[in-house]
Design a protein around this ligand. Structure first.
Ligand code: ADP
Ligand code: MG
Length: 140
């Protein structure tokens, strides 16, 4: 097992419904530690750059407009095997396929408005953390 950091976003559908604390409780109960966190409004340019890997997908425009439709909470989470653990606790992209007890099963509205983002690899976690946080603002 390795101590890892991953990057997380609580998406606008969740901040709008005042679910930040409930989602953070699911993460903490799973053994993840919130070592940096801020509530921000993404710009269109930031959302397009952050989701650049999806720019050819048919849902790209919808995804960017959703992600700038309200505030998001960006986070760094730390724990043993944090990347995979966080993906497990988020649940499947489509809430209809998400396992019981996962954030998306509990809270997501649809495959698009699915409450949370999580890095899919350690390499992407490092890039995504750097996109939003300086090392001095991450406090284990
Ligand atoms: P994940 O967030 O589980 O890693 P993806 O990386 O495949 O999923 O997609 C990124 C985000 O794009 C999803 O979390 C979701 O918000 C949105 N998305 C994915 N598939 C669709 C779809 N078929 N229709 C609308 N939005 C989608
Ligand atoms: Mg993804």
């Amino acid at each position: 097992m390795a101590l890892e950091r991953t990057f997380s976003i609580i998406k606008p559908d969740a901040t709008e419904r005042n679910l930040t604390g409930k989602i953070n409780a699911v993460f903490e109960d799973a053994g993840l530690r919130i070592v940096a966190q801020k509530r921000i409004q993404l710009t269109q340019k930031e959302a397009e750059a952050f989701y650049g890997v999806h720019k050819e997908r048919p849902f790209f425009g919808e995804l960017v407009s959703f992600m700038i439709s309200g505030p998001v909470v960006v986070q760094v989470l730390e724990g043993e095997n944090a990347v995979a653990l966080h993906r497990d606790v988020m649940g499947a992209t489509n809430p209809a396929e998400a396992a019981e007890g996962t954030v998306r099963k509990l809270f997501a509205k649809s495959i698009g408005e699915n409450s949370v983002h999580g890095s899919d690899s350690l390499e992407n976690a490092e890039k995504e953390i750097k996109f939003f946080f300086a090392e001095k603002d991450i406090l284990p």
